[in-house]
Design a protein around this ligand. Sequence first.
Ligand code: ADP
Ligand code: MG
Length: 312
Amino acid sequence: MEVGEFELIDRISSSFHTPKGVLGIGDDCAVIPQRQGVDTLVSTDMLVEGSHFLLDDVSPWQLGWKSAAVNISDIAAMGGRPTSTFLSIAIPENLDAGWMEEFIRGYKALSDRFNVPLLGGDTTSSPGGLCINVTVVGEISSGRSRLRSKARPGDLVCVTGTLGDSAAGLQLILRNVERDEDSKWLIDRHYCPIPRVDEGLRLSAMEGVHAMMDISDGVGSDLRHILKASSVGAKIDIEAIPHSPQFLRVCSRNGWDVAGLSVGGGEDYELLFTMADDCKPDIPYTVIGVICPEPGLVWEGGDKDYSGFRHF
Ligand code: ADP
Ligand code: MG
């Protein structure tokens, strides 16, 4: 890359604000004071060119946004508040400097939206493809994290938002279909997901909300993680799964399987949670089923057998 490592770090450092009392970019470590009664949440995710994204398909701005978004979504999935991220990048020699600047702008746009400062990272050159690793740190009152293992028989199974949009967006990208308003909206849902941080915080403040995770692989396979960790089963009404009007129109125009895409398609980054049946969270959500004591995932409604369904 044309810009040197230290110049790039300087640029990154000067475009992000560090909160008062915190030591961010520039020393050997970031120093983040902790309070009593608070649990720290940490998660990290790697994006590798060729396996997670193709440089020709995605704009640098979108990739920057998405790199921050999918990590912050892991904090939302616990019901926590994201407090900082760390960004490590291995940059191929031939990548132009403008690309990295756009990437940082997208990363910053998402970070600013959720008020999450970037406090450090690492920058190296790569003999192969571009590699991006983001670590996210968050906090939550002690013991309030919503774990996958806490679903109870009788709980309602719920999701935020609409499912399948991102998977439909990906199909549109892969098939290079002509882009109308609906398809642009779906492609945006794929490239620029919005982590459900506020929803997660509200949910973790309610005693009746038991298990929670974010939907990254598709509700069909993600729900299995909750069922396994909680040693329970579930009955899900396929007709109850919420869809956007854009998704339904594009599926009907292209003859795509609505349930297949929304159950098996990943990367929606909505929240999947279970709660007591008298719990009434003050956020938009949809009940899609119920937790049962006997193990197994049963799909009801719909015209197909989705029992073995994992990935689209
Ligand atoms: P070290 O020798 O300890 O690895 P570096 O010279 O790599 O330190 O980094 C100097 C400072 O710049 C550190 O505070 C580090 O966290 C920060 N930094 C390096 N790369 C990035 C990046 N891509 N994004 C944010 N901060 C970075
Ligand atoms: Mg370093």
